[in-house]
Ligand binder design. Structure first.
Ligand code: PEP
Length: 251
């Protein structure tokens, strides 16, 4: 049984003060919620504050990216050791905005995934096709390639905590959500590819989240699909009420 995970990607929104204001409204709303795990990925400047404010609650926090090395002359970067040192337990890897704007490659995503596992950070690895690739009939090829690259050298025995997020690039921040059937089909492709690399037990236990224009009114139909184990939510996670509604409607 895969426990749903509902995660908020706050992208480059919210100062520490705004993050804490969100939490003071949100935490009481979800304090009795047990049917899914809840995670928030704030900006690096808010992360330490969010980790402190969520201690002892049913909400955990993670970073939106990290480097794969522990230290070095890499201006602007944050290492897995540094995340660990502030009590961070999760990290988003390979988000399409990182791939597009920070030129993150499949090879880098793989290095980061292996570093996350070494540091006991729960990775959420994002994969997804562009509209162009979908229209060219290449969705399956893109997803299999991205999953295969991300998992290269990862052992089935250490995959227990890995989460994958299927985020079609054409659905992110556009309001064009994938249909539940499209998403389910993509998730099944991803799970088959995971099984090829890490074995069936690992693949059947792995949570695969859907992300891309998830809203309170479309999350239930997505979550009703057998292959969809949660959601990664951008825009609609920025307001405590709508993120709470998504969490309630998801399970
Ligand atoms: C995201 O950034 O991961 C995302 C899914 O964004 P949105 O929900 O705004 O489409």
């Amino acid at each position: 049984m895969r426990k749903p995970l509902i995660a908020a990607n706050w992208k480059m929104y919210k100062t520490p003060k705004e993050s804490l204001a969100f939490l003071s409204e949100f935490l009481p709303l979800v304090k009795d919620h047990t049917s899914s795990e809840i995670a928030i990925f704030p900006t690096m400047s808010s992360l330490g504050y969010v980790i402190e404010a969520t201690k002892g609650t049913n909400v955990t926090a993670g970073a939106q990216t990290m480097h794969w090395l522990n230290e070095g002359p890499y201006t602007g970067q944050t290492s897995p050791t540094m995340l660990e040192s502030i009590g961070c337990t999760r990290v988003l890897l390979g988000h399409s905005e990182r791939r597009i704007y920070a030129h993150e490659t499949d090879e880098m995503v793989n290095l980061k995934l292996k570093a996350a596992l070494e540091h006991d950070l729960i990775p959420v690895v994002c994969v997804g096709e562009t509209l162009d690739k979908r229209q060219s009939g290449l969705t399956e090829a893109v997803l299999c390639w991205q999953v295969a690259c991300a998992l290269n050298g990862v052992k089935g025995t250490s995959c227990g905590q890995v989460v994958i997020a299927y985020e079609p690039v054409w659905a992110i921040g556009t309001g064009s959500v994938a249909t539940p059937e499209q998403a389910n089909e993509a998730h099944a492709i991803i799970r088959r590819e995971v099984a090829k690399h890490l074995g069936l037990p690992c693949a059947s236990g792995m949570r695969i989240l859907y992300g891309g224009s998830v809203k309170p009114d479309n999350v239930a139909s997505l979550m009703n699909q057998p292959e969809i184990d949660g959601a990664l939510v951008g825009g609609a996670s920025l307001h405590a009420k709508s993120f709470h509604e998504i969490i309630c409607n998801a399970t």
